[in-house]
Design a protein around this ligand. Structure first.
Ligand code: FAD
Length: 117
């Protein structure tokens, strides 16, 4: 069995990948319903995240930095910022958010027009 720290890091890596990719594919001009879906997702993510300490810290960050869901760019930058707050706590390098949308291209651009949210 892998060391706990390695498993925790792998879980974090995979989780952040999905988190940022979802934000980078959020609609450019979301409807109120789409905003609610993302708000619910983020809140639930914090509630169900299986590393208890991580989840507790993340919930505190969410209170301090509420999700900014007015547009794709705003949401993606918010996500980058909150991950940077986690990086700071863990003494990791700050991530450059200036190309956040390009950094998290899901390879599903063709699907976007027919997206059902
Ligand atoms: P990660 O932080 O996992 O990042 C993965 C990749 O994303 C990086 O390689 C980089 O390419 C990119 N990236 C880095 N920063 C950003 C950013 N700001 N925006 C966009 N992309 C970025 N671990 C703990 O030990 N204690 C905790 O309290 C803790 N809390 C966590 C809370 C949450 C909600 C999550 C999802 C994870 C948490 N983790 C925690 C795990 C931790 O954040 C890392 O995922 C883990 O330490 C592995 O780090 P990493 O160096 O591989 O890069």
């Amino acid at each position: 069995k892998m060391a706990n720290e390695t498993l925790k890091a792998e879980l974090g890596n995979a989780s952040w990948k999905l988190f940022h990719t979802i934000l980078a594919r959020y609609p450019e001009t979301p409807t109120p319903e789409q905003k609610q879906h993302l708000a619910d997702y983020i809140r639930s993510f914090a509630l169900v995240y299986p590393c208890g300490d991580c989840a507790r810290h993340f919930a505190v960050l969410l209170d301090k930095y509420p999700p900014q869901l007015s547009s794709r760019k705003t949401a993606a930058l918010w996500g980058c910022h909150i991950h940077n707050q986690v990086n700071l706590r863990l003494h990791k390098q700050e991530y450059d958010c200036s190309n956040i949308l390009e950094d998290y291209d899901c390879g599903c651009g063709q699907d976007e027009a027919e997206e059902v949210q």
